[in-house]
Design a protein around this ligand. Sequence first.
Ligand code: ADP
Ligand code: MG
Length: 295
Amino acid sequence: MAVTVRPRADQPAAERVLYQRGAVMSATGPEDQGARQPSTSSPQSYGSSAHISLRGVSKRFGGVVALRGVDVAIAKHEKVAILGPSGCGKSTLLHIVAGLLDADAGSVDVAGAVTAKDRLARCAMMPQRDLLMPWRTALDNACIALENRGVSRHEARERTRPLFGRFGLGKFEHLRPAQLSGGMRQRVSFVRTLMAEKDILLLDEPFGALDSITRAEMQEWLLRAMQDVPRTVVLVTHDVEEALLLADRVIVLSAHPGRVVSVLDARMDESASRREIVTSPGFVKLREQALEALE
Ligand code: ADP
Ligand code: MG
């Protein structure tokens, strides 16, 4: 039986749209040494082989120009962070990629899909708030995407359970969202997004609501989780460290309107710990470059 995904009454309008259009349920790249090599690269360097390509994308909301002339090209299974100050158009950019919004000008190609409707079918989005259903257990929340595609509850559980084990959620599968910590809820939300079995994963400030200690733990967790699941990932964040830590490449957007001001190569050593990475001289230098680009 297919499950109808219902928005909660207390959800903001944008989140309700995500629910109603199925993007939340529908949905992953490489790294080298702790000493990263700071460099800049062209956002258009992949040409026609790009998995995600935005050319000259602009978007206006009434009198507000959210994005102007944005060019972004992302390779298959690359992990890219969109970094910028609050209100610079990061979510707008992500929503355009996801097919939840159309650009006013420019072209968008997401794995060959150019219309909003077709883009929606290629991507899975993990929103800032977990949007878990309070009446469902953790496992059953993560099963929703499969159930929505007509998979039985029993089979959906069988297929989702191995990821629960792999991502440290095995002991929590029977708990309801209210019984889980903020970090655990975000893990469930991530597994739910993966279970949409899409090749493109869009993460909109996934740890924005967490305290700084949990946030650091979750960043390390996501780093490992993404190594395990090859997908093209676009992560939106206003946190410089998070962007550099989690992405292969960081695209820095300016505020008002959002324009690409810098692209930083941020590959790192897959085996290094978060602490080793963030304290390495290469990382510190990259952080300075990112902060300078944001000024
Ligand atoms: P970010 O995610 O970087 O914080 P957003 O993409 O949410 O930024 O917003 C960029 C700008 O566009 C902001 O000035 C915001 O107020 C405006 N904006 C975003 N969505 C809408 C909307 N649906 N209607 C009107 N203005 C919007
Ligand atoms: Mg946003």
